[in-house]
Design a protein around this ligand. Structure first.
Ligand code: ADP
Length: 410
């Protein structure tokens, strides 16, 4: 702690000499004392010095101790002020305390009491000063941190934008040469087939690899379309029963799993982008196959639940741990250490994210129910068209001027 700095104000010359002497003798770590005989002089000093404590007589000619206390409260409210009152002047003592005095000291001054009271006052002032210094330091630190967070956020936003731009460019640039390679490979394979060449199976392997690459590129492309706000729907009125049947037939041809379909007899009309909702269901089917052992059953069902059509894709595969379910539709999320059961393990963790975006843009929901080791059920819920809306759609026609979204592996 610094050497305390004290101001003593008293019109009694004897006290004005005795008190500083007593302080110098009793405060072992030293003390600096200014002593003045009037409140007016004291005020001049208070304007320029930051005292640790002020001791003032209450009764002084001109400005008295209470008026001085009032001024000190305005100029240096943090400085504790002790007022000296006459013996038995209780009213004045009460006024002093109410006016904000730190303590009062009665005449005749009892030295031990005076020194102890002053030491407490000094300590209080020095602690207050430390607290406000620490507070200032903390505030400065907080401002520094805030600036750093702002700067980092700006950098992250810029990095994120650069990443989106890169993904968008890379996926667009990869798409065209990949399509050419695919077309050329298919052509070569047909030629080799006609010539009964032994290399046909190599070319078929190549085609499978190209298909897997296409899935990745399309996932990236779709994500970049979503991220850059270019995500648009070509909605039309469609029967979900017909859609499920069609997708079931299409999928049946490409899978080794036993797949079953349950649909209602009635038609369930919706207004959807057929390509994109097909993409969602095919993606769920492809995951059901990927994450279930070959040969295990997969079921697709469609039912009406009040005003909504609910499509469920159920598998009996590895399932998803409970703790991972909240993240399953997040971008780039893949359940760690889950082994793909059937087919290629290729994937970026984008399929379900894209599916969620598509379904939500149809005012629908996509949900999952799964038990680890015991299969998963993904459900897509879409609002059914009310009869009145059907008619309105027919009258106004369909919006059909948006770029198509790439279905996986198209
Ligand atoms: P990926 O391309 O990795 O399959 P998805 O977004 O389609 O990406 O799926 C995210 C993750 O969710 C997968 O990596 C897998 O861990 C888990 N998952 C998705 N569908 C199933 C399912 N039917 N059974 C078990 N886990 C699944």
């Amino acid at each position: 702690m610094n050497v305390p700095y004290v101001l003593i104000v008293d019109d009694d010359p004897a006290l004005l000499q005795a008190l500083p002497q007593a302080l110098s003798l009793r405060l072992q770590n030293g003390v600096t004392v200014d002593a003045v005989d009037s409140a007016t002089e004291a005020l001049k000093l208070i304007q320029v010095h930051d005292y640790d404590a002020i001791v003032s007589d209450i009764k002084m000619p001109g400005m008295d101790g209470l008026a001085l206390l009032h001024k000190i409260q305005e100029i240096q409210p943090e400085t504790p002020t002790l007022l000296i009152t006459g013996h038995g002047e209780h009213d004045l003592a009460v006024q002093a305390l109410r006016g904000g005095a730190y303590d009062f000291i009665q005449k005749p001054i009892e030295r031990d009491y005076f020194i102890a009271a002053l030491q407490r006052a000094i300590q209080t002032r020095q602690l207050r000063r430390q607290v406000s210094e620490q507070q200032r330091a903390l505030e400065a630190h907080a401002r520094g941190l805030e600036a750093e967070v702002l700067q980092r956020t700006r950098e992250l936003v810029a990095a994120n934008a650069a990443k989106d731009e890169f993904l968008s460019m890379a996926s667009h640039e990869l798409k065209t040469p990949l399509s050419s390679i695919k077309a050329m490979t298919q052509l070569l394979r047909r030629q080799f087939e006609r010539a009964s060449s032994p290399y046909v199976s190599n070319l078929m392997n190549m085609e499978r690899s190209i298909k897997r690459m296409e899935i990745l590129v399309n996932d990236l492309l779709n994500t970049s379309i979503i991220e850059t706000g270019m995500f648009a729907l070509n909605k039309e009125r469609y029967d979900l029963v017909a859609l499920c049947r069609h997708l079931y037939d299409e999928y049946l041809m490409s899978t080794h799993h036993s797949i079953s379909l349950d649909v209602p007899d009635e038609s369930l009309e919706v207004e959807i982008d057929v390509n994109r909702i097909s993409q969602v269901i095919l993606n769920l089917l492809s995951n059901a196959q990927k994450y279930s052992p070959s040969g295990t059953p997969i079921n697709v069902s469609l039912k009406r639940v009040e005003g909504e059509g609910v499509i469920s894709v159920r598998d009996q595969g590895v399932g998803i741990p409970q703790s991972k379910l909240p993240y399953i539709f997040d971008r780039f999320f893949r359940v760690p250490e889950v082994e793909v059961q059937t087919g290629s393990s290729i994937g970026l963790g984008l399929g379900l994210y894209i599916a969620r975006m598509i379904v939500e843009r149809h005012d629908g929901r996509i949900e999952v129910d799964s038990v680890q080791g015991n299969g998963s059920t993904f459900t897509v819920t879409l609002p059914l068209l009310a009869e009145t809306r059907l008619t309105a759609t027919e009258v106004h026609g369909h919006e059909n001027n948006n770029p198509p979204l790439m279905p996986p592996g198209s």
